[in-house]
Structures are given as C-alpha cells and as structure tokens.
Design a protein around this ligand. Sequence first.
Ligand SMILES: NC(=O)c1ccc[n+]([C@@H]2O[C@H](COP(=O)([O-])OP(=O)(O)OC[C@H]3O[C@@H](n4cnc5c(N)ncnc54)[C@H](O)[C@@H]3O)[C@@H](O)[C@H]2O)c1
Length: 248
Amino acid sequence: MIKIAVCGALGKMGKEVVEAVTQCPDTELTAKIDIAGGEFKTIEEAHKSCKIDILVDFTQPKSIFENAKYCLNNGIKIVIGTTGLSDEQIAELKTLSKEKNTGCLIAPNFSTGAVLMMMFARQAAKYFDNAEIIELHHNQKKDAPSGTSIKTAAMMAEVKEDFTKGNCPETETIEGARGGTSYSNIHIHSVRMPGYIASQEVIFGSSGQIMTIRHDSMDRKCYMQGVMLAVKHVYENNDFVYGLDNIL
Ligand SMILES: NC(=O)c1ccc[n+]([C@@H]2O[C@H](COP(=O)([O-])OP(=O)(O)OC[C@H]3O[C@@H](n4cnc5c(N)ncnc54)[C@H](O)[C@@H]3O)[C@@H](O)[C@H]2O)c1
C-alpha cells in the first residue's frame, strides 16, 4: 500500500484527493494536513507521527516552495498540484530532487483533457503565425495567469519564437488590455468569475483562418485520474517530472 499524506486536505482540491486516495485499493491515506485545522497543521507534525511515502500538495502559491523543500530534504516524495511556483523555484526543486534522489512531480494541470489541449496546441503552433491564450477561472483563484496557460505557452514556444507576426505597434489606453506577454510573445488574458472552475482557450490565427482549442473543467473530479497516475509514477520512480504530458 502506498502511504499518502494530503496537504491542503480541507481545500476544494484537497477534499477530492482525500476521496480518491481513500477509494483507491493501492493507496492508504495516512495524514490529512491543513493549516486551517486538519488532523495535522504542518507537514513536519504529520511526518513525526505517520509514515508518508508521498505527499500530495494542493495548498497555496506562497506555501508550496517551502512545503516541497521540506519533503525533498526529508526523503518524502511529492506530487505538486499547487500552482504559482516561479521558473527559478522549479529549477531549484529539480536540483534538490536529483540531489536527494527523491521523486517530485509538478503538474500545473492534472486534467487529462487539459493536458491533451496543451499537446494539441503545441502541434498546431507550427502552422499558425499568431496565437493568444484566454484562461478563465473562479474568482477565488489567487494567482494569475494560471499555471496551465503558462505551461501551454511554454510548449508552443518550443516550436516558434514569435506569435505576434504582422501585428502593428500597439499602445494600451487601459493598462493590461493586451494581457500579459509570455513565452514567444504569446499574450495571456486572465478572466476571474464565479461560475467557472477552470477553462482555457488557445486561439490561433493566420491569413484567412482562426482556430480555437478549448477545454472546460466542469467538476474537480476531472483532475483525479491525473493525480493518481502521478502518485503511481512517483512511487515507482525517483525522477523529477514537470507536466503530466511527460507520463501520459
Ligand atoms: N494542478 C492542477 O490540476 C490544479 C487544479 C486546481 C487547482 N490547482 C491549484 O491547487 C491549489 C489549491 O487549490 P484549491 O482550489 O483547492 O484551494 P483552496 O483554497 O480551496 O484550498 C487550499 C487549502 O490549503 C490549505 N493551506 C494553505 N496553505 C497551507 C499550508 N502551508 N499547509 C497546509 N495547508 C495549507 C488551506 O487552509 C486550504 O484548506 C491552488 O494553487 C490552485 O491553483 C491546481
């Protein structure tokens, strides 16, 4: 049995992970950790009392880096769903994971449909000169743009250096109107609204044609297949993985 601790266990995602881990015949939930009053308030507290093979973290951007470092420094494998890690922090975790020979998997999006959207976007990027991303989330999401949109742009940038071909020089009369500029000049626009869970559109354009790839998460259960695949991967390997696409 794989012994799992869930960090952020009282949160929207954490609750789903607790249920998925409890229902899976190969995993055992050994600790529910949450600063808001879980069984344990910190990873350290849980680690002193329980055996943990893998910690699954769905907390918040300002906590995740320290949580991940604690796990890797203490030989606990980690699956990270929490978004908001910077490129530098991801690079540091990669180094630490290798140094400690302890598995670490980070996925900005565990929904298999969303990951396929990213893979299709990379495939399409080769054939279109222009592309922009709109990501739409519930209004309690703390970071913007979403980790998924950043990862999508990074994957598209693998095949093209500039997605603003032919655009005239621009002036914003309202700051931010053109969104944030990411990899290969891909503009990312973030919408925050009650009602959405997580949606994203990747819009491609070239002379005479527009193509849109869209994915909508209707329910947080859509992430659980990916989370459990990640748990299995991390249990069987000690490598560092960024992105669910690498294990599909
Ligand atoms: N990778 C994915 O597929 C995916 C999908 C959805 C959400 N997310 C990300 O997961 C994170 C959590 O999302 P949510 O909607 O469940 O948020 P949420 O606010 O509902 O839950 C977060 C929980 O974490 C707890 N928490 C915060 N800091 C903590 C710490 N240091 N130690 C222990 N517990 C702590 C909070 O008390 C809360 O219960 C966010 O970063 C979000 O962007 C990722």
